[in-house]
Each structure stands twice: as structure tokens, then as C-alpha cells.
Design a protein around this ligand. Structure first.
Ligand code: HEM
Length: 124
């Protein structure tokens, strides 16, 4: 489940207000400026993850940022992991096969990644 969230997690990034002036290389971000950080860019960082653009379900370790990090990290991480595990487990144990039943349509949002349409069939 963690690899799915690393590879194509629903929360791409978030915006924070800078608490104090801070300089990275030659860029200074002023106190009060809004900064959008992209968790999912970090999750594909080739300096951190080997073969970052491959979905490797047994990837270990897998310290991704799909649930954020620090003070405002996702409060629902454990719930989300359990629900995803139950969902994928139920589909894997179902006698039917899950198949695409039409074109998927991504929702066009800046920082959340989701589908508007994802038609599927579940047939024996
Ligand atoms: C796959 C499912 C989920 C993913 C990938 C996810 C990811 C995230 C991320 C990236 C953040 C922002 C962290 C930050 O701003 O630093 C967040 C915040 C949050 N999430 Fe989730 N989340 C998921 C499901 C859930 C569920 C099921 C719940 C509740 C049961 C939940 C409750 C929250 C709350 C309350 C926050 C705000 C925490 C704060 O601002 O202090 N999340 N989540």
C-alpha cells in the first residue's frame, strides 16, 4: 500500500506560509510568503529512491512523503493504510476480475490527484 501511495498518491502537495525569512542557494523566501511543496516530487527523487519511476510493490525501505511529514502529517495514516489493505485484499480474493470498462478521466486539480470517472466491471 505504501508503494502505491508513494508512486501515485492522492495528495500531490500543500501550501504553507513561511514563518521566517529563509534562503536556499540564491533564492530568499520572505516571512509570510506562500510556498507550495510537492510531496510527490520528493517521492520520485532519484537521489533518494532507486528506480523512482517504477512501481515496486516490495520496495523496502519506503520512507515516502505521501502522508506528509512533521506537525501536520496526515492524522488518518493508519486508517487509510488499513482501508486500502482491506480494499485491495477484498479485490484480490474476489473470484471476479476487475477490468477497465471505459476511459478513465483524471480530476483536474493542482494538488489533489483523483479521478472524476474510473469505470470498471467486476465479472467472474
Ligand atoms: C491514502 C489516503 C490518504 C493520504 C495519501 C493522505 C495524505 C495526507 C497528506 C499528504 C496530508 C497533509 C500533510 C501536510 O500538510 O503536511 C494529510 C493531512 C491530513 N489527513 Fe490525510 N491522507 C489520507 C487519508 C486520510 C484519512 C482516511 C483521514 C481521516 C480518517 C485523514 C486525515 C487527515 C487530517 C485530519 C489531516 C490534517 C492534519 C493537520 O493539518 O494537522 N487522511 N493527509
Amino acid at each position: 500500500m505504501d508503494e502505491l501511495v508513494r508512486y501515485d498518491g492522492p495528495v500531490q502537495g500543500t501550501t504553507r506560509l513561511t514563518a521566517a525569512d529563509v534562503t536556499f542557494d540564491d533564492i530568499t523566501v520572505r516571512r509570510g510568503d506562500a510556498v507550495t511543496v510537492l510531496f510527490q516530487a520528493a517521492n520520485r527523487d532519484p537521489d533518494y529512491f532507486e528506480h523512482p519511476d517504477e512501481l515496486l510493490l516490495d520496495r523496502s525501505p519506503n520512507k515516502h512523503l505521501g502522508y506528509g511529514w512533521g506537525t501536520h502529517a496526515c492524522l488518518g495514516t493508519t486508517v487509510a493504510q488499513r482501508v486500502l489493505l482491506a480494499l485491495v485484499g477484498a479485490l484480490a480474493n474476489h473470484p471476479g476480475l476487475l477490468r477497465p470498462a471505459g476511459p478513465a478521466r483524471r480530476r483536474r486539480t493542482a494538488t489533489m490527484r483523483a479521478f472524476d470517472d474510473l469505470p470498471v466491471t467486476l465479472q467472474p
